[in-house]
Ligand binder design. Structure first.
Ligand SMILES: [Cu+2]
Length: 145
């Protein structure tokens, strides 16, 4: 009787210890990831304003309007193809595309649009990879103190 009780107690203690250790590892990993995510979000997206603006650019008759968009971090930019042709919108210069907001190239047919969030400050280029004279720029300003 005594020895069975003893074994049972030891077993319960081991189970409790495993659960506790497992919980601690899971908990700290989870919290660590959350903190890392917050830090990454904080550095890459310090919004310039509490009210993001959607900037619209249209492509019609092979002309990009407006040619340059001036915006702030966290605003969005929507590029719409109004021409009756398939376009492959790309970011960066024609010879070396550079993804913006995770988008490197996006096919647009008539009436279709592409929206990106302005997650990075600076001056950027976009163009139609099929017709590279169809191009525009956008300037993203960071938060100003
Ligand atoms: Cu290109």
């Amino acid at each position: 009787m005594h020895s069975t009780n003893g074994k049972l107690k030891t077993g319960l203690i081991i189970v409790a210890a495993v659960v506790a250790i497992g919980g601690t590892i899971f908990g700290s990993t989870y919290l660590g990831n959350r903190l890392l995510n917050q830090k990454a979000t904080g550095t890459s997206q310090t919004c310039a304003s509490d009210h993001p603006v959607n900037h619209k650019v249209v492509i019609q008759n092979d002309v990009v309007t407006p040619k340059n968009t001036v915006a702030s971090l966290c605003d969005t930019l929507t590029i719409t193809d109004l021409d009756n042709k398939e376009r492959l919108m790309a970011f960066g210069v024609h010879s070396g595309h550079v993804p913006y907001d995770g988008v490197e190239e996006k096919a647009l047919s008539k009436g279709q649009s592409l929206t990106i969030t302005l997650v990075q400050a600076g001056n950027f280029l976009f163009h139609d990879h099929e017709q590279d004279e169809v191009r525009g720029t956008f300037t993203v300003h960071a938060k100003q103190d």
